[in-house]
Structures are given as C-alpha cells and as structure tokens.
Write a new protein. Structure first.
Length: 90
C-alpha cells in the first residue's frame, strides 16, 4: 500500500516572515506546502496490517520549498529557510 492510497494531496501557499541573512532585510514570503488529507473511506482489498495503518494515519503538511530568494532588489540572493520544521501535523 502506498501513501497515495491513503491520502489526497494538494499544494498550499502559506505566508511567513523571514529576514535575509545577507542584507538583513525582513520580508513576507510565500512558502509552498503539500497538504495530505486522509481519505474518508479505506481502500478495498486491505489486509489487517494496512487497515491498522490507515486507521492510525492523520492529516499532515510537508514543506516543498527549502530555499527562498531575497526580495530586496539589490541583494536577490538565495537563502535557506531557517526553521528546521519540514512536517506539520494538522
């Protein structure tokens, strides 16, 4: 059984405020996330192990973007998103 059998996937944009480590300017950026929501009904033909896995699963989001580009026109350098959180349970 694959994750696509359990979850529906949809991309979302979330706004977050970061400061560029090079020019130190703070701006608001759009960060892309993949939202995975659990399907309402379990797929057919599941064994006991897969059914238990389906019951325990819950909605979560995975961050797609790892780097952002500075919005300052003089800087425009790429920087890593400083938070280490890449998965969020909804």
């Amino acid at each position: 059984m694959h994750e696509k059998d359990i979850f529906d996937e949809r991309q979302e944009l979330k706004k977050a405020t970061f400061s560029c480590p090079y020019c130190r300017e703070r701006n608001e950026y759009d960060v892309r996330w993949m939202k995975r929501t659990k399907k309402r009904n379990a797929p057919r033909n599941l064994n006991e192990h897969d059914r238990a896995r389906f019951e325990k699963s819950r909605d979560y989001m995975v961050r797609i973007d790892d780097q952002l580009m500075c919005k300052n026109m003089r800087c425009r350098k790429r920087f890593d998103i400083p938070s280490s959180q890449t998965v969020v349970f909804v």
